[in-house]
Design a protein around this ligand. Structure first.
Ligand code: SF4
Length: 283
């Protein structure tokens, strides 16, 4: 049987556990409808189990009028929050406190007169919510994008909490021309950096890596990219049923990591499926 090792830091982070607790408490305390604004977290399996428990995904605040609404972990725009407080019976704010810090940081940079850049993926809910807290701010996700911008003499930067340090450094290098004042508030979350470091370390020690988490999860996708750059046999899965025995033929050790929105129960089910698969290979 192949040796299976889990990264020292892997799986659900503080912000996700807090959001899930809030959602479970909300659905267990009422028989009324409960909604989450967008997926509470980027983990389709967990979102569908929340739906079965009575916390349904709403694509807009107005779908939850008169009911309880839970603001998602990635944060919402000020306009969405204001609307929710105006038309919903109860508003439960599950925005991760570390994401809230990014909102405070962009607002402060704006007040200080900086041109604000958010290093992160345009279109990602966290980045879109952050941009809405600083009208006029721009999202940038690569050195090429940064070089194409027409920037002024004072630039203030915050970072998507799940962004990689390498992307931040490449953007900084691209815009720092020596003459421009650049103020960085590094808002990469510690849960992100510690999971990325542990995944990279493990990927360098094993013959194959399995990365567990939603394909719509930015931090999980980034973990997979990091692992793949080190270990060619890296597989990103959402559930154990996707595992294939052929992926691990001839592999003596398999590393496992998981995105910040992956509960420990999902990691455990992948480990037991892997054990069964690789045990059969040895027979
Ligand atoms: S990764 Fe960090 S910022 Fe994102 S939810 Fe988890 S603790 Fe919060």
């Amino acid at each position: 049987m192949a040796r299976i090792k889990i990264a020292d830091k892997a799986g659900a982070c503080y912000g996700v556990e807090r959001a899930l607790e809030l959602a479970w408490t909300a659905v267990s305390g009422t028989s009324d409808d409960v909604f989450t604004l967008g997926p509470l977290i980027h983990n389709p399996r967990v979102v569908s189990s929340l739906d079965a428990m009575g916390a349904h995904e709403a694509s807009a605040v107005d779908e939850a009028a008169g009911a309880t609404i839970i603001l998602r972990t990635h944060g919402v725009t000020p306009q969405e929050e204001e609307r929710a407080r105006a038309i919903c019976a109860h508003v439960i704010d599950a925005t991760c406190p570390f994401v809230k810090k990014v909102h405070v940081a962009v607002e402060k940079l704006m007040e200080e007169g900086y041109q604000v850049l958010v290093v992160g993926e345009s279109g990602h809910p966290e980045v879109e919510a952050t941009l809405a807290h600083a009208p006029g701010a721009l999202a940038v996700c690569s050195a090429e994008e940064a070089r194409a911008l027409d920037l002024g003499p004072r630039v203030g930067i915050v970072v998507q909490t799940t962004q990689s340090l390498a992307t931040l450094e490449s953007v900084l290098k691209a815009i720092d021309d020596g003459a421009r004042e650049v103020k960085l508030v590094n808002t990469i979350c510690e849960a992100t950096s510690s999971r990325q470091e542990a995944a990279a370390q493990l990927a360098s020690e094993v013959g194959a890596m399995v990365v567990i988490g939603g394909r719509n999860s930015a931090n999980t996708t980034r973990l997979a990219e990091i692992c793949r750059s080190i270990c060619g046999r890296t597989f990103h899965i959402e559930q154990p049923e996707e595992l294939q025995r052929s992926w691990f033929e001839g592999v003596e050790s398999i590393g496992i990591t998981a995105g910040a929105s992956t509960p420990s129960s999902q990691i455990a089910s992948v480990v037991s499926t892997l054990e069964a698969l690789t045990r059969r290979e040895c027979r």
